[in-house]
Design a protein around this ligand. Structure first.
Ligand code: SF4
Length: 80
């Protein structure tokens, strides 16, 4: 099921980056990202477990991973 409260966006141009796929899988404490054959997979069932720790946005290049807070319309993203 998609998240009710949280969604994540991974930019198309980094989804196929195997190094990033592994970094995201390792970073997220609630397994929202999986490395599937070197591609970033978002595990929709886990989205609402997000604890807003920002480890995923920090692991990715600026602006490439965004955590959308669907409940208030804001987003977490690394800007620099
Ligand atoms: S903010 Fe933390 S818990 Fe939420 S998706 Fe990113 S790494 Fe996972």
């Amino acid at each position: 099921m998609p998240g009710t409260f949280i969604d994540v966006e991974v930019a198309d141009d980094v989804r196929g980056d195997p190094e990033l796929a592994q970094k995201l899988e390792d970073a997220c404490p609630v397994d929202i990202y999986a490395n599937r054959g070197g591609k970033v997979e978002v595990v929709e069932d886990n989205l609402d477990e997000c604890v807003l720790c920002e480890l995923c946005t920090a692991a990715a290049p600026p602006g490439k991973v965004r955590v959308l807070k669907l409940y208030d319309g804001t987003a977490l993203e690394r800007t620099g």
